[in-house]
Design a protein around this ligand. Structure first.
Ligand SMILES: Nc1ncnc2c1ncn2[C@@H]1O[C@H](COP(=O)(O)OP(=O)(O)OP(=O)(O)O)[C@@H](O)[C@H]1O
Ligand SMILES: [Mg+2]
Length: 329
């Protein structure tokens, strides 16, 4: 993937680490001046470690016993520190380094001795590549902010549930899906329904919670995807080839608003077919949304693509119905 992006992102990681460790030293100063007992515990820890290294030098055959002893002593001091912090109204981990990613501790890499890119780094690279760093959007639209009250309690055709109940049940079903992820039986999900029924919102919920589980996600609109495929096809630069490879390799590909893209030629539709087909064969996850009904989709994308999309063995089709909640807003 693009080396320039990688360098930029690793620089961001460096800055984050530096900011976090600065924040930690400020928290230490604050606590040490307010709670001298904790300052003393820290001095004791430093003293213990120093003593321990002296002992280890004098007694090189006994280092593992020394390490065990030291770990026990440090753990006891830490427990004491945590108790004091809580008694004084601080969170127990107030004097710990705070990491944005607990897996790689904000270094971007995991594994020893062979280093691998952490999924948070891979995700950042994808976001840069696709200019989809709309993380703010995911902060606003996720399962925690899902609000059933935005949906009216009007009856739906062919359902015993009203719109609000239907959407609440759908949310729970998708939460189960995320729990099971990536071992789901059906790995393609198609949201179909008119405008303003909460399709994009739910796609964002899925994106956020699957990313939080440590998987990579590309979110794109069909419009941008087709644009990218089209310009990729006419340029064939190494960059566009790498971007295209991501579309096959990412854990979840989300294509919003299928049907709104400009059709430049059949070539891009063929590309779409290849991506979906290949992802289905690899048992990868692809989530799509569309305003088009099934018969319109068939017309627009040919039977071959449509039958891939609607193949019951691999695809969960979810129909959105009811009143446009944008109008209500
Ligand atoms: N569960 C929800 N809780 C709170 N707000 C929601 C919820 N679902 C949707 N909304 C809000 O309602 C509006 C319409 O929802 P959304 O964009 O998801 O509709 P859509 O079905 O994707 O429409 P379109 O087909 O036009 O793209 C948005 O502003 C969205 O933030
Ligand atoms: Mg939408």
């Amino acid at each position: 993937m693009n080396e320039v992006y990688l360098r930029e992102i690793l620089q961001e990681y460096d800055e984050i680490q530096r900011a976090q460790s600065h924040a930690l030293s400020l928290r230490r100063e604050e606590v040490f001046s307010r709670i001298p007992d904790i300052a003393k515990i820290h001095n004791d820890m430093i003293e213990l470690m120093a003593q321990n290294s002296r002992k280890a030098i004098l007694n090189p055959n006994n280092t593992s016993a020394l390490v065990n002893e030291l770990q026990g002593q440090i753990a006891r001091l830490k427990a004491k520190e945590m108790k004091l912090l809580k008694e004084n109204g601080y969170p127990g981990d107030y004097l710990e380094m705070q990491y944005r990613c607990e897996i790689c501790k904000d270094t971007g890499y995991t594994g020893f001795p062979v280093k691998e890119k952490c999924s948070c780094l891979v995700q950042k690279l994808l976001e840069k590549t696709y200019r989809l760093s709309n993380i703010q959007e995911l902060e606003a639209e996720n399962f925690d902010t899902f609000d059933p009250m935005v949906f009216p309690e009007i009856p739906l055709e062919n359902s015993r549930l009203n719109q609000r109940e239907y959407m609440t049940e759908l949310r729970d079903r998708l939460l189960d899906y995320v729990d099971e992820f990536p071992n789901n039986q059906k790995r393609t999900i198609l949201f179909t329904g008119k405008t303003g029924l909460g399709k994009t919102f739910l796609l964002n919920c899925m994106a956020k919670s699957i990313m939080d589980k440590g998987y990579t996600v590309i979110r794109t609109s069909a419009y941008n995807l087709f644009d990218q495929l089209f310009y990729g096809a006419i340029s064939d630069s190494p960059d566009s080839l790498a971007q295209k490879r991501n579309l096959f390799e990412v854990d979840v590909l989300i294509i919003d608003d299928l049907g709104t893209e400009t059709r430049r030629n059949n070539f891009t539709v063929e590309d779409l077919f290849n991506i979906i087909n290949e992802r289905t064969l690899r048992r990868s996850h692809t989530f799509l949304s569309t305003n088009l009904g099934l018969s319109n989709l068939r017309e627009r994308y040919t039977d071959r693509i449509a039958s891939r999309l609607f193949d019951n063995a691999n695809t969960m089709i979810i129909r959105f119905q009811g009143a446009d909640i944008r109008l209500k807003k």
